[in-house]
Ligand binder design. Structure first.
Ligand SMILES: N[C@@H](CCC[C@H](N)C(=O)O)C(=O)O
Length: 275
């Protein structure tokens, strides 16, 4: 099989994009193929795959023409990817597939997301991530430490733990422990420190991808958990530093969260693939 690919990242959360507009190139997008593409030594290397497909071809509900078919590095499906959405939106704009002069909608398994695009020194993209769900508190453990973690759903599941130092979570080479009765479908785990007023820093261990340099849905969960802990009134905006850069998260008066940050496409090519 020969197919086109692109490589992009949002605050160093990196993705292989697979243009497959009518779904005829990649069919059901086999999980082992996705995992092999994402493999950093034998494949292209990425935290996940973004298949660029028309909503009409994937057959899932959306009012948008384009659907972000997101897969984790291990081939598993997640409902939503915040950084991936910015990279996906940049690709649509660069290929002339959407008009960036006004907000446009992209479909995901977590529903439709509205994108606003600005070109300043680079692309700066805002994604309306919808209304977060703040749930209970459970425990997470890593590197011999245990913390309480706030359960926040931002399209996908997150456990947000406030720690003294980001290093307290250790290497994050293995999955931190979490309460499987709370997260039977697995969870993305964020470790957070406060850096100043409305300013936090985080690390993340992502479900299906391991430790990554950034997580957009995770940054949103962190901002929401921080606002809840602070008893902050909305609207409120947090700067969230991640190992790969900085994003900003606003929690607005209408309850919607908006994720804003950069995106870049860094390479493209074609690949001859033999299973
Ligand atoms: N990196 C993403 C989140 C990707 C999905 C996540 N690993 C999951 O399984 O839910 C982001 O930027 O939001």
């Amino acid at each position: 099989m020969t197919f086109a690919w692109l490589k992009g990242h949002g605050t160093e959360n990196d993705f292989v994009l697979l243009p497959d507009h009518d779904g005829s190139v990649h069919g059901d997008l086999d999980p082992s193929f996705v995992a092999a593409l994402c493999e950093r030594r034998r494949g292209i290397g990425a935290d996940g795959v973004l298949r660029v497909i028309r909503t009409s071809a994937i057959g899932l509900p959306s009012a948008g023409e384009w659907f972000m078919d997101y897969r984790n590095a291990d081939g598993s499906i997640s409902e939503m990817c915040g950084n991936g959405m910015r990279v996906f939106a940049l690709h649509l704009v660069q290929e002339g597939l959407v008009d960036p002069s006004e907000p446009f909608v992209v479909g995901t398994r977590d529903g439709d997301k509205e994108i606003s695009f600005r070109q300043a020194q680079g692309a700066e993209i805002s994604v309306d991530m919808g209304v977060p769900q703040v749930q209970g508190v459970s425990k997470v453990s890593a590197a011999g430490n245990t913390w309480e973690a706030q359960d926040v759903r931002t399209g996908n599941p997150h456990a947000v733990a406030f720690v003294d130092r980001l290093g307290d979570a250790g290497t994050l080479l293995t999955q931190p422990e979490f309460d499987e009765s709370v997260y039977p479908e697995g969870v993305n785990i964020e470790f957070v420190v406060r850096e100043g007023e409305r300013h936090v820093a985080m690390r993340v261990h992502e479900r299906g991808s391991g430790e990554t340099r950034s997580c957009g849905t995770g940054a949103c969960a962190v901002a929401v958990a921080t606002a809840v802990a602070d008893g902050a009134e909305r609207p409120i905006t947090y700067r969230v530093d991640v190992p790969g850069g900085t994003v900003h998260v606003s929690w607005n008066a209408d309850d919607h969260i908006v994720l804003t940050g950069p995106a870049q496409i860094v390479a493209r090519g074609t690949m001859d693939w033999t299973a």
